[in-house]
Design a protein around this ligand. Structure first.
Ligand SMILES: *[C@@H]1O[C@H](CO)[C@@H](O)[C@H](O)[C@H]1NC(C)=O
Ligand SMILES: *[C@@H]1O[C@H](CO)[C@@H](O)[C@H](O)[C@H]1NC(C)=O
Ligand SMILES: *[C@@H]1O[C@H](CO)[C@@H](O)[C@H](O)[C@H]1NC(C)=O
Length: 182
């Protein structure tokens, strides 16, 4: 009986407290939360693996190379341009690495910052982390965060190979990135 009484009185105390808090908040005016924005970014990513202007450099080579080059890591500073030609307007650089992370297929672990250099997003970045089975028609990777105008970003990137040079292995990949941020 005593226990029940205690419960009843503590729950009415709680109700009183909640009422007070609510009326206080109403009196002060609750701050409006920041508006969430949604953007679709489209650009072309240029992986130049050889020659004098290489922007992708292998830094590890497994001792016994398999067909999937499992264990190879490539550090990149790849140009991102508005159009598919490397001479088209530069919007930023994709800096990070990809790792051949599958023993059975050509699948990468990619970890990179998209460092934008154009317009209002100059100096802002998006952090991308994901799995990229390079011969799939469309691949999807996660946007796990951002800085500058892209603070608190979340989203995803869809990749489509635009061209792959069989000799040089240079690749141009179309990126469509969908992000929400504040
Ligand atoms: C390397 O870049 C320079 C300067 O942009 C350019 O003139 C040259 O043609 C490029 N070379 C190759 C092999 O792409
Ligand atoms: C690589 O291959 C050689 C020759 O077949 C073998 O002796 C060696 O143990 C292999 N190394 C690894 C890390 O598998
Ligand atoms: C981007 O910002 C850097 C550093 O503030 C500046 O040097 C550069 O001119 C800017 N680029 C553009 C295209 O605004």
């Amino acid at each position: 009986m005593a226990k029940l009484n205690f419960l009843t009185s503590s729950s009415s105390l709680l109700q009183l407290f909640l009422l007070l808090t609510i009326s206080l908040a109403a009196a002060q005016g609750t701050p409006t939360p920041p508006q969430q924005k949604l953007s679709h970014l489209r650009f072309f990513w240029h992986d130049v693996v050889g020659g004098p202007n290489a922007t992708a450099v292998p830094v590890t080579r497994p001792p016994n190379a398999t067909a999937t080059a499992f264990g190879t890591m490539v550090v990149i500073d790849d140009a991102m341009t508005e159009g598919p030609e490397i001479t088209s307007k530069l919007v930023g650089r994709a800096q990070g690495f990809y790792l051949l992370a599958s023993q059975t297929e050509a699948a990468l672990l990619m970890s990179m910052n998209l460092a934008f250099t154009d317009g209002k997003r100059n100096g802002s970045t998006l952090a991308v982390l994901g799995r990229n089975p390079v011969f799939d028609k469309v691949r999807e990777m996660a946007v796990v965060g951002g800085t500058g105008v892209f603070r608190l970003a979340r989203g995803y990137a869809q990749l489509k190979t635009y061209s792959l040079d069989a000799t040089s292995r240079n690749a141009v990949v179309e990126y469509n990135v969908y992000v929400t941020y504040y």
